[in-house]
Design a protein around this ligand. Structure first.
Ligand SMILES: N[C@H](CCC[C@H](N)C(=O)O)C(=O)O
Length: 258
């Protein structure tokens, strides 16, 4: 059967998007999802996202990592899904949708998608580093020179250490660039490589920057562009009103036979 797909990217984190409102995509076919995401054997992407109907929401976003496995929350993918929903006529400029970690609100403001992230309760300190969940699990390490870091090797060492090897973690290296600006590079679980940007990772990095005394909103430089994160910190150390803001663009469309 011929199935249309749409290729989107959000700050260089790229996704195959499929309108699955008719539920024709074989979502349990791990090998197919992996092949479609493969940059030589398929379309090529960091993940695949299905947009589906949901009785209580504008739509539901179902996200798979490039390895074919059902993933957790994806911040860049969510912004792309909001843009895709608008393209399909499912929403106008605001959305309330369901993702792996629950409900999210979003709005489209010119080039940018403002995405509300779920509140974050616990931030664990591991030595000088931090570990928290912003819809996906993120390990955060602040470094002095992120540009010249071997993110693949250093990221893998943490991702496959005894604590994380079973379920995995994303690993983010963060450098403070100025009063309100950080630079984040991410080794992504499920892709098992560095990606050009990771939305939940950038969010986690910004919250840790908040713990270290930096003020919201923060500008976040990534290899694939620039994002912004806004948040409020409660007196008990938890976070609320967390927003991830940035672009999401359609790159090309095509058709596959499945
Ligand atoms: N790139 C995604 C994160 C995907 C998370 C996934 N790699 C995992 O935790 O398994 C983002 O923009 O938030």
């Amino acid at each position: 059967m011929a199935t249309s797909f749409y290729k989107y990217q959000g700050t260089g984190n790229d996704f195959v998007m499929i309108d699955n409102r008719k539920l024709t995509f074989p979502a349990d076919d791990e090998a197919l999802v992996k092949q479609l995401c493969d940059r030589r054997m398929g379309i090529g992407a960091d993940g695949l996202i299905l947009l589906q109907d949901h009785p209580d929401y504008d739509f539901e976003m179902v996200y798979f990592n490039a390895d074919g496995r059902l993933g957790s929350m994806c911040g860049n993918g969510a912004r792309c899904t909001v843009r895709f929903a608008k393209q399909l006529g499912v929403i106008e400029d605001v959305a309330c949708f369901l993702a792996a970690d629950g409900e999210h609100q979003a709005s489209i403001e010119r080039d940018e998608i403002h995405l509300k992230m779920n509140d974050v309760q616990g931030v664990e300190k591991i030595g000088e580093d931090y570990y928290l969940n912003t819809g996906s699990p993120h390990y955060i390490r602040f470094v002095d020179d992120v540009e010249n870091l071997d993110v693949y090797t250093e990221g893998r060492a943490i991702r496959y250490n005894d604590r994380f090897k079973a379920v995995g973690t994303n690993v983010n290296f963060v450098q403070r660039l100025g009063e309100n600006e950080i630079f984040v590079r991410t080794y992504e679980r499920g892709v098992e490589d560095e990606t050009l940007s990771c939305g939940t990772g950038v969010t986690a990095a910004a919250l840790v920057a908040g713990i270290k005394g930096m003020q919201s909103p923060l500008k976040v430089k990534v290899l694939g562009g620039e994002l912004q994160v806004a948040f409020e910190r409660n007196s008990d150390g938890s976070f609320k009103y967390i927003y991830l803001i940035g672009p999401a663009r359609l790159v090309f469309t095509g058709s596959i036979t499945i």
